[in-house]
Write a protein that binds this ligand. Structure first.
Ligand SMILES: Nc1nc2c(ncn2[C@@H]2O[C@H](COP(=O)(O)OP(=O)(O)O)[C@@H](O)[C@H]2O)c(=O)[nH]1
Ligand SMILES: [Mg+2]
Length: 303
């Protein structure tokens, strides 16, 4: 459920897309030019070329067959279609019922990994879950410190090693600690080095392997953190990470800092990975579980 403050932030994130709804207000009739205009606005909103093409083609053929006569029908079609697409894969987090749930967090430096981990941790603590963090970004000392500060603030345990140590060893110790302390959720940070795809793949594979030694189904979730402000580049990033490891969900950070939030749709469509959470600020409370109904209503709202 979104709070009012979040709805306003999401609407701000969708400011550019407001122009979509404008089209439906100004008393224009439906014709080829209207559909072309709609197409342009969907692309401008970062909905993505493929999705836009699909929607416009479907609308054009309904228009030619005279199935669509009213603009409200178009709006309803867009809403239903986009909502369906956004919920196809399920936006819920997969939790392990018989022991700790392991969440592996990946993404490039600066995408918001550490902050998003803090947000997730805070969210679970609010639900009375026992959370443990693994400081798997061992590449930079600051990354370990930053995670530790969050853990202290939220009041949860953290497992860390020295800078430069093996991230897989951190992951192993974190799971071990979580099992003996009976934690509900383990969230593991990673370094976001993309300099060579081979290294990234090897590092992530090694983390997967050690996790599985302790909990065969782990990681239960692999969340890719994507910075919403980079627009369509987020797609390229997601493709690179997808090639290195299976991803179960996207955490779209910094949605408060962009007016082109339509990228949510492009991500879901082009990558077929569900958006599960959105980040709306720098504080650990600034997160919402992604609600596709609310998102699409905000995207196409007339006010
Ligand atoms: N406005 C805003 N800033 C964010 C959000 N998430 C992260 N940040 C900021 O982005 C910067 C990088 O975040 P960090 O968590 O350190 O990224 P990491 O390098 O991937 O771990 C920091 O200044 C964060 O405060 C968000 O949802 N909204
Ligand atoms: Mg970090």
């Amino acid at each position: 459920m979104f709070f009012k403050k979040s709805i306003d932030k999401i609407k701000a994130a969708l400011a550019k897309t407001k122009k979509i709804a404008e089209l439906f207000q100004i008393g224009r009739k439906i014709d080829e030019a209207f559909l072309e205009d709609l197409e342009e606005r969907l692309i401008m909103a970062d909905v993505g070329l493929d999705t836009t093409k699909y929607l416009i083609d479907a609308l054009k053929s309904s228009y030619k067959d005279k199935e669509i006569k009213e603009k409200d029908q178009i709006l309803t079609f867009l809403k239903e279609n986009l909502k369906e697409r956004l919920t196809q894969k399920g936006n819920e987090l997969k939790l392990n019922e018989d022991g700790p749930t392991v969440i592996l967090v990946i993404g490039v430096n600066g995408s918001g990994k550490t902050t998003s981990i803090a947000k997730l941790a805070h969210h679970f603590v609010q639900q009375d879950k026992k959370v443990l963090l693994g400081a798997g970004d061992t590449f930079r000392a600051a990354a370990i410190d930053q995670l530790e500060i969050w853990a202290e603030r939220i009041g949860i345990d953290i497992v860390k090693h020295k800078m430069g140590s093996d991230p897989a060893a951190v992951a192993f110790d974190a799971v071990q600690a979580a099992l003996s302390r009976e934690s509900d959720i383990i969230i593991i940070d990673t370094a976001g080095r993309l300099h060579t795809q081979k290294n990234l793949m090897k590092e992530l594979q090694k983390i997967h392997n050690v996790l599985k030694k302790k909990i065969p189904e782990a990681p239960h979730e692999v969340l890719l953190i994507l910075d919403a402000t980079i627009g369509q580049n987020a797609i390229t990033q997601a493709e690179l990470f997808s090639a290195a490891t299976p991803i179960t969900g996207i955490f779209l950070s910094k949605l408060d800092g962009t007016a082109k939030g339509g990228v949510v749709l492009a991500i879901q469509n082009q990558l077929d990975i569900p958006v599960k959470f959105i980040g709306l600020g720098e504080k650990c409370e600034d997160m919402e579980a992604f609600d596709s109904e609310q998102f699409v209503d905000a995207l196409l709202s007339k006010d």
